[in-house]
Design a protein around this ligand. Sequence first.
Ligand code: HEC
Ligand code: HEC
Ligand code: HEC
Ligand code: HEC
Length: 414
Amino acid sequence: MKRHERNVYRVTFAVMVTAVVAVVSCSSGKEDQPVSVSNGNKDDLRAVSATALEVAEGKRIAQASCARCHGMDGVSKSKGIPHIAGQRPGYLHLELRAYQTGARGDKAMDGAVKFLSDDALVQVAAYYASLEPAPAVASGVKPAPAKTPDPLQAGKDAAAGCAGCHGEGGISKIPGMPSLVGLDPKYLVAAMKAYKTDQRKHDIMKSLLMSKSDADLESIALFYALLKPDRAQTPPVNGKVKSGEAAAAACAGCHGNQGVSGNPVTPSLAGQEAQYLVTATKAYKDGSRKDETMAGPAAALDAATINDLAAFYADQTPKPPNVRKPLTTAEWAQKCDRCHGINGNSTDPLTPALAGQRADYLEKVLHDYKTHTRKSPPMAAMSDVLGDVDIADLAAHYARQTPRSVVFAIPQDK
Ligand code: HEC
Ligand code: HEC
Ligand code: HEC
Ligand code: HEC
């Protein structure tokens, strides 16, 4: 069955709840997990309703085909191999099928399940699901890894020395100094890197940025992009706004109609400091600021038109670039828990538990979703917007949660 069809069934489950036969086991004696189980697609839930005999058969298969990697206890001792003990049975079965059809390509796993019948997959899934989950300490994660600093705060700190020239809040008060607000982080990062590599020559900017890491540059750019933009607070240049507006028709295709660019790598010019606009345009014209795209448009401009353009753009209203404040790990986890259960202890037999899973594995599969090497519509939508840091933090977060086993029971139909 295709994955999107599965989601349709998932919705159906919710509507078709026929019974709640919740049984919970948790040998550690911690509070029990309430579990609602419904009657849904029989095929997907076969592993959920496996009999003791089937579980015993599953144990035999595990011994022969799985134990050398997953152990008989389903608790991994090696990097890259997930814990599967106590994982939700319907999910385990579906993943084994995905390996078998090659839908979730993995050499080690594809080989292990290649010659097993679907009955065998059901049985071995039921066996591992019936085991106690990995003890929290076995997940190989240090108790409380250093929390990744809030990128916004990091950006603010790293930009502390910039305000003297670029203005408090990134709004310039000094003629010739560019404002840093209203610019897309992609452009800002590229501009800062260009100073570091001398592709854009400016000794002061270079010396100020040399000690900054790529992560610093990203956070600085995000910090400025999220500030409220305003026009630079400097005197106008000697140019005519009306004539500038007419001349700007040649620039609008790239810089936007009112100087608000729709392309992250093309800077917005609206509200930019007027003297800086003049200097920058002249620098493209005389070749001291080298850029293939700008060389052409700047070449044809005379000094008076350059002033008019600067007067026009400086007079426009800057807009914030299209970026959102990043979510904290706790905010992300709230979204994840909607499907994966409280603290990653899923109560849906088809949705994997994340609690206590190995961090290295969680990190790997989240990257697999992000790059679409592992396909799942709900997860692709989630992971597309996760950055590498978010992924590492979420992996560490879930690996630290205490896993709880769940025993599902579904009503037998007559
Ligand atoms: C040669 C080593 C090896 C063998 C043998 C093996 N596995 Fe795996 N298994 C892995 C690795 C590595 C992964 C992670 C693959 C990935 O990232 O997709 C994995 C992943 C899985 C997953 C996915 C877990 C999840 O949370 O999504 C399941 C289920 C699983 N194995 C069950 C089994 C079963 C059942 C058997 C026996 C029939 C078996 N494996 C045999 C190495 C092995
Ligand atoms: C001593 C004054 C000074 C300080 C301090 C300073 N800058 Fe600059 N910055 C400039 C000048 C001058 C320019 C224009 C250089 C040019 O013409 O390329 C500039 C240009 C820039 C640009 C390019 C803007 C654009 O629109 O292309 C960025 C980005 C930037 N600075 C970031 C920073 C950051 C981040 C800091 C703090 C770490 C900082 N600057 C500190 C003087 C300064
Ligand atoms: C084909 C697309 C294109 C056109 C047309 C274009 N630009 Fe640009 N412009 C760019 C790109 C891309 C950059 C960033 C180049 C860089 O990194 O130095 C840029 C940068 C600039 C900058 C520097 C901004 C800053 O913050 O440092 C100014 C000023 C500018 N353009 C003015 C103009 C004017 C005035 C016109 C019309 C006469 C114009 N551009 C036409 C693509 C274009
Ligand atoms: C809309 C429901 C939904 C949301 C929200 C969701 N997931 Fe999932 N997740 C799933 C489903 C369904 C699967 C199984 C997909 C598959 O078969 O590959 C899954 C699989 C996973 C896996 C693979 C587990 C394993 O054992 O291989 C990880 C890791 C994961 N999700 C993490 C997350 C994180 C982190 C978030 C929040 C950023 C999240 N999920 C949000 C539904 C969801």
